[in-house]
Design a protein around this ligand. Structure first.
Ligand code: SF4
Length: 318
């Protein structure tokens, strides 16, 4: 199967007064049509910047310094701005951790959903309203024909997140980039929003890139997992491989940090993610790695294939 979206050797730099920081450094991964891909890593790992690069939305002072982002054989990095705008929101859409970033508090849900539809499709106001009500029903908003007249502040956090998912899926996009979509929600609401995304993926076939700092979140949702650290992909593979046979010490640390019912004391990975302005030489994980060797301090590790579609960036597999 041809990948729907392929990120190749992506480099994103941030030009700051203290120097140039490599926020994303040679990232490669892809997403297949209709799949759910988990992209995992702590804050500062480059997972969100990579997603923003897909949409041409890298914030100032970031700049894409190299690589390709192929969507259906078109390189998004070379598309004229007008063409990219057509892809963004229509074929590839994004939802964020905080719904109020996307929802305008000054307009009703109806205004916002119908405007998004009418910007991209030539349909009447009534058709747009019908479609918006249908989408609100699909994301389990009770009494959607009535709630569509609400303003965002009338809704709970979980309901706002559902409205944002409805808005992102209004145009039947091929890919939904979901950046920490449940982090700001209560645990019980998190589970229902994740369940909703899974059901929508099965029902309408939109591929979902689920970006999260929590490996537990992707356990039941994703087919494959990409693990990022300091702007690099350090491991990727099928969910079963990553959860049953994690190879990279960072992935193992993340797995040990997942709380389990009746489990032993939680593992705490030592140290913190270094600033991208002061990345250590060699393997950027070496100051925190329980298996670091002298070579790890001097040389960047190679990308190694461990099994079919299971790769890790680590000297342990040389
Ligand atoms: Fe640890 Fe070395 Fe592997 Fe880096 S390359 S993760 S420091 S063992």
């Amino acid at each position: 199967m041809e990948p729907l979206l392929r990120i190749e050797d992506l480099q994103v730099n941030f030009h700051t007064t203290q120097g140039v920081a490599q926020a994303v450094c040679g990232v490669n991964y892809h997403i297949d049509p209709g799949e759910v891909l988990g992209v995992v890593g702590e804050s500062g790992s480059g997972k969100s910047v990579t997603a923003l690069a897909v949409l041409g939305l890298v914030p100032h002072p970031g700049r894409i310094a190299g690589g390709r982002i192929r969507y259906r054989e078109r390189d998004l990095l070379n598309l004229p701005a007008k063409e990219l705008r057509k892809v963004r929101g229509d074929r590839i859409s994004m939802i964020f951790q905080e719904p109020m970033i996307s929802l305008n508090p000054a307009f009703t849900i109806e205004n916002q959903l119908t405007e998004a539809l009418r910007t991209h499709r030539s349909i009447s106001k009534q058709e747009a309203r019908n479609r918006a009500v249908e989408m609100l029903a699909m994301v389990d908003i009770p009494d959607p024909a009535k709630r569509i007249r609400d303003y965002p502040h009338h809704l709970s956090g979980g309901m706002r997140q559902r409205v944002m998912i409805a808005e992102a899926l209004l145009l039947d996009p091929d890919v939904l980039l979901a950046d920490e979509p449940t982090t700001a929600l209560d645990v019980t609401v998190q589970a229902s929003v994740l369940d909703l995304m899974r059901r929508l993926n099965e029902r309408i076939g939109t591929a979902i890139m689920l970006i999260t700092h929590n490996l537990g979140v992707v356990a039941e949702s994703a087919k494959r997992v990409v693990v990022m650290y300091c702007g690099r992909v350090v491991e990727q593979g099928a969910v079963g491989e990553i959860f049953g046979n994690a190879a990279h010490p960072y992935t193992r640390g993340l797995l040990k940090s997942i709380p389990r019912p009746g489990g032993s004391e939680l593992y705490e990975m030592k140290g913190i993610v270094p600033s991208i302005l002061e990345l250590p030489q060699g393997c950027p994980f070496h100051p925190r790695c329980p298996q670091a060797m002298p070579r790890c301090v001097r040389e960047q590790p190679p990308w190694r294939e461990l099994a079919a579609e299971h790769h890790a960036l680590c000297w342990l597999y040389e």
